[in-house]
Design a protein around this ligand. Structure first.
Ligand SMILES: [Zn+2]
Length: 141
């Protein structure tokens, strides 16, 4: 179950150094991982253009990025120029860019550049208040 976020306008991302060693599992490519569609998952539309603001190149691959303000490693559609390993600049993405989080099960690569092991994905905090008072009502005999 991949987590996806929709980045608001003005969001910044940065290429993950060393992500070229991150193999993808279950899919043929990170582009296919982004699109999804396996195990009953819905598919995501692949955008025609690179999601970096102002770039009109074709989005050819799914690039590993850090998203400012978010934990974890994410995949967004990018062109080969912006996904270059030498490009470590902060890049602004287009509004409503969808980023898909890479989790340990999705990659054969190591923690750090390939996925974040410290991603606090404990969003399901079910606070079940089990304060069932088992105090038997005192029957006045
Ligand atoms: Zn680009």
């Amino acid at each position: 179950m991949s987590i996806q976020i929709t980045l608001p306008s003005g969001s910044q991302v940065q290429n993950v150094e060393g992500s070229s060693m991150c193999g993808v599992r279950s899919y043929n490519s990170w582009k296919q991982f982004y699109i999804g569609g396996k195990r009953g998952h819905n598919t995501r539309p692949w955008p025609a253009q690179c999601r970096i603001y102002g770039c009109s190149n074709v989005a050819t691959l799914g690039g590993h990025v850090f998203c400012v303000g978010e934990n974890g490693v994410w995949i967004i559609p990018m062109c080969g120029t912006h996904n270059s390993s030498g490009n470590v600049n902060l890049m602004t993405v287009n509004a409503n860019t969808i980023a898909v989080q890479v989790e340990e099960e999705n990659t054969s690569g190591p923690s750090g550049p390939c996925y974040s092991s410290s991603s606090s994905s404990s969003s399901s905090s079910s606070s079940s208040s089990s304060s069932s008072s088992s105090s038997s009502s005192s029957s006045t005999a």
